[in-house]
Design a protein around this ligand. Sequence first.
Ligand SMILES: Nc1nc2c(ncn2[C@@H]2O[C@H](COP(=O)(O)OP(=O)(O)O)[C@@H](O)[C@H]2O)c(=O)[nH]1
Ligand SMILES: [Mg+2]
Length: 336
Amino acid sequence: MDYNQLRNYIQNFSLDYCPRGNQGYNRVLLQLFGFTGHGKSALINSLMYVLNVGKYEVHAKSGVISSGGAVTMERRAYELTATITVVDNRGFGRMNESERGMIYAQLGNFMPLNEKVEWRDSYEDFVSQLEESGLDPNYTDFVVPVFVYKVSAPLSEQEGLEIRAFFKNCRNLTGVFPIIVLTFKTSGDYFEVEKMFKCLGAEVVVAVENYSEEDQIQTLGRNTDFLKLIKSALDHVTFRMEKARNPKEERIERKKFLLKYVHDIAMAESIEKEKMKQEARIAEQAMRYQLCQQADLYAVSRRTKAMRKTELEMWAMQRYEVPMWNSKDKDGCCIL
Ligand SMILES: Nc1nc2c(ncn2[C@@H]2O[C@H](COP(=O)(O)OP(=O)(O)O)[C@@H](O)[C@H]2O)c(=O)[nH]1
Ligand SMILES: [Mg+2]
């Protein structure tokens, strides 16, 4: 497929053309997620710029606000074509367990679109949010997770392990292994980073240099990278749509996954709290025991001193017939 064919294929893609028809799905939802500042919003603006002929426009606000926080605090949907929509999810700082739960909830489409995303970190809040989403369920979106990562950001071994587990969960949740988009293509060694993500199990890694207000010159290669990204998402969709699907059942499965995930986190947290309480109790007991021992030793030493004092007094009395050892310390013992 040459450039124009690729672009037309994407523009005209419809789930109705899948081998078994749309099976109840009516939209492909490219769900972007990743660390704040890695270029999710810039990627959306670039995709719009490449797909819709015209001048560069800022659709998704990009950059960091003066207070230091991220601009994107809500899930916002942007229509790329009649069938494909891209979602700018709320980015995360450093992935902890509860942030990950919220990302799965966004990926699973259990959080409303175009509304502010509040991180819920209690089990009860999270479950009630899932229940609320059931009032207006969305099971007509075919979700493709897209992980956006800046080439120039280093990843520690520990973070790599966490991301590997995270990708696997994303795959279990959506049926598609996250597509990795490496941004800032020309600012680092993207081959190395691509290799690293492939080692973490990634199937598709696409490197792009996002367009921006300052840098809008389109080239064939740069545009093709963005089209390749969408094409590989559509290939995954077509592959999955070859099998019989049931959107309602798949949504129920996603919900079960999420409930189990947050339940396991809540259990692990309460076990951890109980363990900490137990350790504090043991430490207190040990401290008390030590204090008792010290008190005992002190008592023994007092007794010893007292005995020596008596012995010496008796000895002095016998020898000189007068008490010689009268000076006492504050505890009443003779100073020897
Ligand atoms: N040079 C360059 N800058 C980029 C690229 N992607 C994003 N940026 C810049 O990085 C900053 C953060 O990007 P943004 O899209 O807001 O990140 P988000 O928090 O993931 O949405 C913005 O100033 C972007 O213009 C890229 O591929 N190349
Ligand atoms: Mg953003």
